[in-house]
Design a protein around this ligand. Structure first.
Ligand SMILES: [Zn+2]
Length: 339
């Protein structure tokens, strides 16, 4: 007799959309990515309604009953400890202090696994590399600088407070031209995120454009906001513009330097670079700057094997999951845990 087919759903709660993915018992994705509007600002009950809607759409897309979904992986853009959200981040007021994992599990009638979005994306990158089963570290510059560590077998290490791999807030020994340390969004100074993030890029660009050497630069001939100028900087870098290249080169170098210290702690073997840079046409150049910074700081053994000198011990790859990585990771995690 054929056993009943089971399915597992990954739900990724973002600020504007909820993304959802379904996998079967063999971890193969079934149907396509589902997106529904996120209502995080309206509270967790409203968001649960949206999650149920996403599950209904997943089931309909796969031509199965919703009851065939045997477990759910959920990622939330806020820190949590054992299912309880303890930091508001960009959520509505009522989330904090609630055991979201248990509440959702009770409402859906299936077990729920929960972590944050950085960890979820790391698990997604692991899940998509079906031939790879060693450890993987994801570092992803965006507005901030997120990270995640996946252990062999696919479990993420998220720490007691859900705060492991806060890679952006590791200090790096770089200073501004006047000798000061840049202020980070976390309140500390000298964090990697204050050099390697979109926020850092805007600050850096503003400082550079104020220098006499760039007075005639096209970005100094426009009344656009610094946000708009930073957005356009990628196009300039793609065209080989000297200012844009110098800004991204410094960022990539410091990023590589940071990664060398993270590798010294975790020795993951595979470092996946996420964030929007994965989609730029100068990404090969950016990767070479990361590797420059890495080479500056990493011991030789983290670059090439002491046993097989031609074999790289730390490989770098771009992320391949795009903005579906977190949902894919949570579907994979649910299947691993609840099958
Ligand atoms: Zn910081």
């Amino acid at each position: 007799m054929q056993s009943k087919s089971l399915y597992f759903a990954g739900l990724d709660i973002g600020g504007s959309t909820i993304k959802a993915v379904l996998v079967d018992a063999q971890a193969a994705q079934v149907g396509s990515l589902v997106e529904v509007r996120s209502l995080v600002k309206d509270g967790y009950e409203a968001t649960f309604g949206q999650l149920e809607q996403a599950l209904e759409q997943l089931a309909a897309g796969a031509c199965i009953q919703r009851g065939a979904i045997a477990g759910v992986g959920l990622d939330v853009p806020a820190p949590s400890s054992d299912g309880v959200i303890w930091g508001r981040a960009n959520l509505g007021d009522d989330w904090v202090g609630v055991n979201i994992r248990e509440s959702l599990s009770a409402r859906l009638g299936v077990p729920v696994f929960m972590t944050n979005d950085g960890n979820a994306a790391a698990v997604g990158e692991y899940a998509l590399r079906t031939a790879y089963n060693s450890s993987l570290m994801l570092v992803a510059p965006g507005t901030g600088l997120a990270g995640g560590l996946v252990l062999p077998g696919g479990r993420c290490y998220d720490g007691v407070n859900g705060l492991a791999l806060e890679a952006g807030h590791v200090s790096v020994p770089f200073r501004e031209d006047d000798g000061s340390l840049p202020l980070c969004s976390c309140g500390l100074t000298g964090c990697a995120e204050a050099w390697v993030s979109l926020v850092a890029l805007r600050r850096r660009l503003g400082l550079e454009l104020a220098k006499p050497q760039w007075a005639a630069h096209p970005l100094n001939q426009t009344a656009a906001s610094i946000e708009e100028k930073a957005f356009r900087l990628r196009d300039f870098a793609q065209q080989g513009d000297e200012l844009a290249v110098s800004v991204f080169r410094q960022q990539g170098f410091i990023f590589g330097y940071l990664i060398a210290d993270l590798v010294r702690v975790f020795d993951p073997g595979l470092v996946v670079i996420g964030g929007g840079l994965a989609e730029t046409s100068f990404r090969d150049l950016y990767m070479s700057w990361i590797e420059e910074g890495f080479a500056e700081r990493a011991w030789p053994v983290y670059r090439f094997s002491p046993i097989e000198p031609d074999k790289a011990t730390t490989r770098f790859e771009w992320a391949i999951g795009g903005d579906a990585a977190a949902a894919i990771g949570m579907a994979f995690a649910a299947r691993e845990l609840f099958q």
